[in-house]
Design a protein around this ligand. Structure first.
Ligand SMILES: [Zn+2]
Length: 483
């Protein structure tokens, strides 16, 4: 990984030469007067509100031979690289100098320890609080096994775990390096947001995959989806697109072959970086826990969905965007959640001797956790994070959050709230009350590959929603607090 890592990049020359506006209030006001009246050649607003931004990236593609994750069919290591995997970081700073970093990773999932380790390192070097470091994964299933994520998928040979642990160390170093580089590259910037829609995701609980193409053609797909494609555009002093964040709520599971690949989200980033030379394009997963792309399983389809997403982002960019001014506020909470029950010794023994790799791995994971923690394995500290960016708000929830949450927050909080799942810790599916009651994979049996003792206790949706509201309000207060 290290040998192929690109050096952290910063914005283009014109951006680096832009005047800074960090200290004297008079200079800040002067800058505002000059720049607020300025439009770039393409009509986009240029920096005016004292915000700054920086980007960096690292190639995190593992070597062939590291084991993959995501599917129970991962019975051997990766055989090569179909598309490089990337860690990308967008650092931002508001007019008062409050900073935050968004880390996006072309990975399937991460344990909480990983995002905390990166946040701690950034805190040590740059003084950011935990709430100001947000880590989101794209959920590509053509990515490496990491200890602590999907522990119940398969029992790996010890040498496979050792190789993965080696990779995890270099990954952590690379992501930390990128986060620090992005913070060190902060330059005056104009931030603005908008949205469009993409429609390659479908509700996988409500539609048989083999029928998806026909149902879509007939307009007969069933079940809730969230077609929104929110975009955040970061422009330089000369109006060039320096960074673009794109989000979509859909499993990144077009592909299942034994090559590293970013799937549709990786293809969308590549396509948008091709269309916008010099821009760093980041992808953040929305609440797509029960949404799949379809049809699947061909590289050409991953590329097609990548283009669909890129087209949606470009349509959003072509319309007037809403500028971000105001200030930044961040908040982070650990919500106590609980699994319903400890499996009996008989249940674990039946799984251990079943001969089914996933059940064997689940029994091993749960038995190990039980031996370490006893009944405390039922308690889980669930990460809920919120950022306020002027008029825009971001909510970053851990786990594979189903689409009901995004749709509910849209009604309750409006379009200026974006909801990300797969953030900071991917520990299990996060079903809505409806999905928990219905059970099936996202509400029940997915706890097996996740190595968890049982489904969540009822009441999870209301707990998550209440904690999210409280964290959003805390981020608002933090944004409004004098510095
Ligand atoms: Zn998933």
């Amino acid at each position: 990984m290290t040998s192929r890592s690109r050096l952290p990049i910063s914005f283009g020359a014109s951006f680096r030469c832009a005047p800074t506006a960090t200290t004297a209030r008079g200079r800040l006001i002067g800058l505002f007067v000059v720049l607020a009246l300025t439009l770039s050649a393409n009509g986009a607003p240029v920096p005016s509100g004292g915000w700054r931004a920086g980007v960096a990236r690292e190639n995190i593609t593992p070597p062939a031979g590291v084991w993959m994750t995501g599917y129970g069919s991962r019975d051997r290591p990766a055989e090569g690289t179909g598309q490089d995997l990337w860690a990308k970081v967008l650092a931002i700073s508001d007019p008062s100098g409050r900073r935050a970093v968004l880390v996006t990773l072309d990975l399937c999932g991460i344990p909480r320890e990983f995002s905390d380790a990166v946040a701690n390192a950034v805190s040590d070097s740059h003084g950011l609080p935990r709430s100001a470091v947000m880590v989101n994964v794209s959920h590509t299933h053509c990515s490496p096994f990491l200890r602590g994520y999907l522990n119940g998928l398969r029992v790996l040979p010890p040498e496979a775990v050792a190789r993965s642990d080696d990779y995890a160390l270099t990954l952590r170093t690379a992501v930390t390096r990128a986060a620090r580089a992005a913070l060190d590259a902060l330059q005056p910037a104009a931030l603005a947001w908008g949205e469009d829609e993409a429609h390659f995701g479908f509700n996988r609980r409500e539609n048989p995959e083999k029928d998806v193409a026909a149902l879509r053609a007939a307009g007969q797909l069933k079940g809730p989806v969230d077609p929104r494609v929110p975009v955040l555009a970061v422009r330089t002093a000369s109006g060039e697109l320096a960074a673009l964040l794109v989000s979509y709520a859909c499993h990144n599971t077009t592909l299942s072959y034994f090559q590293w690949h970013g799937d549709y989200a990786g293809s969308a980033q590549r396509e948008l970086e091709r269309r916008h030379p010099g821009a760093t394009v980041l992808f953040a997963s929305g609440c797509g826990g029960d949404i799949n792309p379809g049809p699947r399983r061909q590289v050409a389809l991953a590329e097609q969905y990548g283009r669909d997403l890129a087209d949606a982002a470009d349509r959003a960019l072509a319309r007037p965007l809403q500028g971000i001014d105001g200030t930044l506020g961040t908040a982070f909470a650990d919500l106590p959640l609980r699994f319903a029950r400890v499996p009996t010794a008989a249940e674990r023994e039946a799984a251990r001797t079943s001969g089914e790799p996933a059940r064997v791995a689940w029994a091993a994971a749960v038995s190990r956790d039980l031996a370490e923690k006893g009944e405390a394995i039922l308690d889980y500290g669930y990460p809920v994070q919120a950022w306020r960016l002027g008029s825009l708000a971001w909510l970053a929830l851990g786990g594979e959050v189903v689409v009901d949450y995004a749709l509910r927050f849209r009604v309750e909080e409006g379009r200026s709230l974006w909801v990300f799942g797969y953030s900071n810790d991917v520990m299990a599916y996060i079903p809505s009350e409806r999905v928990l009651r219905e059970g099936r994979y996202e509400g029940d049996t997915s706890m097996l590959p996740y190595g968890r003792p049982s489904p969540w206790v009822p009441g999870i949706e209301e707990k998550v929603v209440q904690a999210a509201r409280a964290t959003l309000r805390e981020a608002e207060r933090a944004a409004a607090a004098p510095r």
